[in-house]
Design a protein around this ligand. Structure first.
Ligand code: NAD
Length: 497
């Protein structure tokens, strides 16, 4: 049995906390590893290691830091297949999907390679007689990341490459449900030759998270996970004087206008609704067709495709989606389907009875489609995070916009239409952070930034891209005058020109 270790100050160390939990292969239900639930002392020692490495790393010329990052990028590229396999082994997503995840993480590393340019400041000559002023952005010191199970390699890569390129050192607390991919990426990071203690990884649960949130040496925290925990992390971290960005859950709607190409909209919904078994914060979980005729066409076109979904383990190259991450999560998703039926939604395709020969103990749920869902239903209000798509029929465009704007989440959304006016109006009015126009999963590229609105993000900064640079640095402005320019005599009034 693989025993997952912590990585502290460049050493892999076993935990002495006496607490641990099993990690499973979701396709078979077999235990594949044990992950430690670290003690507060163990987390503190990772923070101390990061602190010890912080000063010299922060002072290193950005170009030299970038060279380490280039090396890391090369190694990750060469091992992309292995990272993808490590993801699938504990998460369950298909190999092709896992490779896509690795690629999007790699793109953030590529972005971080441009750090000398990204940290360039601003300079103003002659802000006064012989006085010049310049501003630049400096690292914060030790920063931390707490990440979810659903993108075990990519979401950590949204954080540590940017933070570390900026000159910070990092403590990562990955998801305890699928920690294997992070540990492989950590080995590759060490192979790139970064100084010891620049990246540290501690595994654990609330005990580890609370230690990070309250530790005086941690200056900033990036969190990605569910909304209740994001809110808790934001409130507790900021109460302890830290900068916090906490990204939470989602309920992403896709409007299908009457003029949309229905076949393309259906393909988009299949990929965005059922890819990764719906375990994506940018998954489309609500389709909003405008008008009865559009709704009827959409549901009729979706039904056979949902029924024909190819579901299997990641080792099956034909599989379009895999199992859910844990037995507990599978039961939760099945409970939501029961609830939808109880509350009166029309179950068009029922995924509850799905069984796969040879994988009877896997955490599979079949593709599920609900029609005639209403805003009062639990399956509409809450994030299900499974292969369950709800169709909510809307009488007109304004009603649909209003519906989306009233939802507590505002992560992603999309509209499918051929009408430029409607698309522009949608982009303008919709209260959601990431908007797709004929694009179902509008995840911004690495040189833009990722972030939702409303209860999908707590804090002032989105993640990675230019916002990531701002989050992981603080602005310093220097005003300078050399002796020739200094007049004799003290000045007691406020400086003006
Ligand atoms: P989660 O909130 O259960 O866990 C996230 C992290 O918080 C983990 O590291 C976990 O150990 C820690 N944690 C869990 N309970 C805690 C507690 N009581 N106190 C302190 N820390 C705790 O989320 P998850 O199930 O791993 O991930 C799925 C969720 O993440 C979904 O809601 C999804 O929408 C969201 N997500 C959001 C984004 C985004 O960018 N907005 C991206 C990916 C996932």
């Amino acid at each position: 049995m693989r025993e997952i270790k912590n990585a502290i100050g460049g050493q892999l160390v076993g935990s002495a906390s006496g607490r641990s939990q099993p990690v499973f292969n979701p396709a078979t239900g077999e235990q594949v590893a044990t992950v430690p639930l670290s003690s507060a002392e163990e987390v503190s020692s990772a923070i101390a290691a990061a602190k010890a490495a912080s000063e010299s790393w922060g002072r290193m010329p950005p170009l030299k830091r970038a060279r380490y990052m280039f090396k890391f990028k090369e190694i990750c590229e060469a091992r992309a297949d292995d990272i993808a396999r490590a993801i699938s082994a504990e998460h369950g997503k298909t190999h092709a999907d896992a490779l896509g995840e690795v690629q999007r993480g790699l793109e953030v590393i590529e972005f971080a390679c441009g750090i000398p340019h990204l940290l360039k400041g601003e300079f103003s000559r002659n802000v006064g007689p012989e006085i010049d002023s310049y501003s630049d952005r400096q690292p914060l010191g030790v920063v931390a990341g707490i990440t979810p199970f659903n993108f075990p390699a990519m979401v950590p890569m949204w954080m540590y490459p940017v933070a570390i390129a900026c000159g910070n050192t990092f403590v990562l607390k990955p998801s305890e449900r699928d920690p294997g991919a992070v540990m492989l990426a950590y080995e590759l990071f060490e192979e790139a030759g970064f100084p010891k203690g620049v990246l540290n990884v501690v595994h654990g649960d609330k005990v580890a998270v609370d230690t990070i949130l309250k530790h005086p040496d941690v200056k900033a925290i990036s969190f990605v996970g569910s909304t209740p925990i994001a809110e808790y992390v934001y409130a507790t971290g900021t109460a302890h004087g830290k900068r916090v960005q906490a990204l939470g859950g989602a309920k992403n709607h896709m409007i299908i206008m009457p003029d949309a190409d229905i076949d393309k909209a259906v393909d988009a919904l299949m990929g965005a609704g059922y890819g990764s078994a719906g375990e994506r914060c940018m998954a489309v979980s609500v389709a909003v067709p405008i008008g009865e005729a559009t709704a009827n066409k959409l549901v009729e076109a979706l039904r056979p495709k949902v029924e024909a979904l190819k579901i299997g383990p990641a080792t099956d190259s034909q599989a379009e989606m895999g199992p859910l991450v844990t037995r507990q999560h599978q039961q939760k998703v099945l409970g939501y389907i029961d609830q939808g039926v109880k509350e009166g939604a029309e179950l068009v395709v029922d995924g509850r009875g799905f069984k796969l020969q040879g994988y009877e103990n896997g955490y599979f749920v079949g593709g599920t489609l609900f029609d005639r869902v209403t805003p009062e239903m639990t399956i509409y209000k809450e994030e299900i995070f499974g292969p369950v798509l709800s169709v909510l029929r809307s009488p007109n465009y304004d009603h649909a916009v209003d519906l989306i704007n009233r939802h507590e989440y505002g992560n992603g959304t999309a509209i499918f239409t051929r009408d430029g006016d409607a698309a522009r109006n949608f982009a303008d009015r919709i209260e959601v952070g990431m908007v797709g126009i004929n694009v179902p999963i509008p995840v911004p590229v690495a040189y833009h930034s990722f972030g939702g609105w409303k209860r999908s993000l707590f804090g002032d900064h989105s993640i990675y891209g230019p916002e990531g640079i701002r989050f992981y640095t603080r602005l310093k402005t220097v005003t300078q005058r050399w002796p020739e320019g200094i007049k004799s005599g003290a000045v007691f009034t406020f400086p003006t020109m």
